[in-house]
Design a binder for this molecule. Structure first.
Ligand code: NAP
Length: 522
């Protein structure tokens, strides 16, 4: 461990800790960065995690039925395969356990600072590095700051009059209250997104009455889920290339969806037909079927997958309510029609602040400029990773790196490789700090927005969290094949950056990192 502390006892208020690379967050992004640093021989890095354990979104979201909607063989690190996945789409506890296991497997515990919530990070020009202040007052000095804070970590609460005055139980899907027994209760669920469609089928059989408030119906496809057999697990363990083959097959299958999303939106008609048939097969009541049929192009919002959502809605104790909510009273939801629906519990499946992943006041760059001011008309970065005005700040899962069709872990690994290459080149060329040139960032984003303008997310006739409400720009999604992103981030071009020569001795020398697989190897 090369981290240095000014005061004895590394943690605690009043202490200053020094590290070359500070990583914020310990989800797939933060851990992926840390693992690759460790594999490259790097010692001088620390991971700061606000919670008491690792896992990011897979620690925070633990609602009933929480699972990944991307196949686990692909939704996992290419350099840490898990032959033991129990299902094609693993449930949340297994994914969380996988991340805990990776933390041990790659000996990251000594580099981990749990219960360290970043309050403020400021670029310190004279020092040529970042000054981080934690919620407990502790200060950390780091040359490089890597944000692995994720795009979907801040819950979004609906602005419904009277919600605060509700005297029953109320929680957001991310803050599920497992201590509250839903058995026999009258429950209102607000929202019909990716989270709600997973927990509604779990709670519907338990509750006395479930009112599902739907503003926009999602398109839902069948979920090709199944158990992974003991024979398959044995094979993956004994002959790891077999799991790699499965991974590669899934990768290309998912990648083919881009053709419909971006290149030929008309292809989505075929997908839409499958979704309509799925709905028709699972919902016999024509009125309910009409209520659940979207009126926008499939793919415009995230396409969801489920085999048990529609059957849950067909239950006699479930009502899909499409009349908007006017207000909430002490013990009831009042509809715009004036009708009153008494409830014991309200569950908010209302999503996250995707286009505003960070609150104001957390990151200040050169000249003290707040990141949110730099992003006045929506988040943007170069290659989703670096931002003009913010030297030595690297985002993993930054602007326009989200996907509607495949595994975010693939994108994370691409960004991590790019950052490693940056660090390697900086060391080799005696560079203390890099900052992307503004014209480079601008040209990149103009190209990106040009592509996004024609894509289904902008032209599909829907409102979604992909689009920044201020500018109308899509600031969240990568508009193309993931291998194109991997190719774009394959090597760090110093000419795209302003550079500051070295001021401090470099505290480490690292070995070459083994290459991450190319797209074909996924
Ligand atoms: P979401 O997809 O953003 O859905 C939020 C839902 O709440 C939508 O149905 C939305 O309606 C509704 N809503 C929001 N504000 C409302 C209001 N004021 N009044 C009434 N309805 C309101 O959120 P999410 O389901 O939590 O999922 C967010 C993202 O997390 C997903 O898209 C996905 O990327 C990720 N996720 C992934 C998985 C996975 O398996 N990998 C699972 C869960 C979540 P409108 O559609 O009309 O806006």
């Amino acid at each position: 461990m090369n981290a240095r502390a000014d005061l004895p006892g590394l943690a605690g208020p009043g202490a200053t800790e020094h590290t070359d690379i500070a990583i914020i967050g310990s989800g797939f992004a933060g851990l992926g960065m840390a693992i690759r640093l460790r594999q490259s021989g790097e010692q001088d890095f620390l991971i700061f995690e606000k919670a008491g354990s690792v896992g990011g979104t897979w620690r925070d979201n633990h609602y009933p039925g929480c699972a990944c909607d991307v196949q686990s063989h692909l939704y996992s690190f290419s350099f840490a395969p898990n032959p033991g996945w129990s299902r094609m789409f693993s449930p949340q506890p297994e994914i969380r356990a996988y991340l805990e296991d990776c933390t041990d497997r790659f000996a990251l515990r000594p580099n981990l600072r749990l219960n360290h919530e970043l309050r403020h990070a400021a670029w310190d020009e004279p020092a040529g590095g970042w000054r981080l202040e934690m919620a407990d007052g502790k200060v950390v000095r780091a040359r490089v700051l890597v944000s692995g804070m994720g795009g979907l970590s801040r819950p979004s609460y609906p602005d419904i009059p009277g919600l605060d005055s509700f005297e029953g139980e109320c929680f957001h899907s991310q803050h599920w209250n497992h201590a509250y027994a839903l058995q026999g209760k009258r429950v209102a669920v607000i929202g019909t997104g990716a989270s709600a469609i997973q927990f509604v089928p779990q709670i519907a059989p338990k509750v006395a009455q479930l009112d599902l408030y739907q503003r926009t119906p999602p398109w839902i496809m069948p979920k090709p889920d199944r158990e992974v057999s003991a024979t398959e697990q044995w094979l993956f363990r004994r002959l790891p290339f077999t799991q790699k083959l499965v991974r590669t097959g899934i990768y290309w299958m998912l990648e083919s969806r881009v053709l419909g999303f971006v290149a030929h939106p008309k292809l989505m008609k075929v997908v839409e037909r499958i979704a309509r048939r799925h709905l028709a097969r699972q919902v016999r009541n024509p009125q309910l079927r009409a209520t659940l049929t979207p009126d926008y192009t499939i793919g415009c919002k995230r396409v969801l997958i489920s085999n048990d959502y529609y059957p849950a809605l067909a239950r006699s104790n479930v009502d899909v309510v499409t009349t908007g909510i006017s207000r909430v009273e002490r013990d009831a939801v009042i509809l715009r029609s004036g009708s009153r629906r008494p409830v014991d519990c309200i569950i908010l499946g209302t999503g996250f602040h995707a286009t505003d992943p960070l609150p104001r006041g957390v990151i200040a760059g050169r000249d003290g400029v707040d990141l949110l001011d730099a992003w006045g008309d929506g988040a943007q970065a170069y290659l989703g990773t670096t931002v003009a005005g913010f030297p030595n700040l690297f985002f993993v899962v930054g602007p326009n790196t989200g996907l509607g069709h495949s595994s975010m872990v693939f994108m994370i690994e691409s960004q991590v490789a790019y950052i490693l290459d940056a660090l390697r080149r900086m060391r080799r060329e005696g560079v203390q700090a890099v900052e992307v040139r503004e014209p480079v960032q601008r040209a990149f984003n103009e190209g990106l927005q040009g592509k996004l303008g024609h894509a289904i997310w902008s032209a599909g006739g829907c409102a979604s969290w992909y689009i920044d409400p201020r500018s109308g720009r899509n600031t969240t999604l990568w508009p193309g094949f993931t291998w194109q992103f991997r190719r774009a981030t394959a090597s760090f071009r110093m000419t795209d950056y302003e550079i500051w020569p070295v001021r401090m001795p470099q505290p480490y020398e690292s070995a070459d990192v083994p290459e991450i697989a190319t797209a074909a190897g996924a």
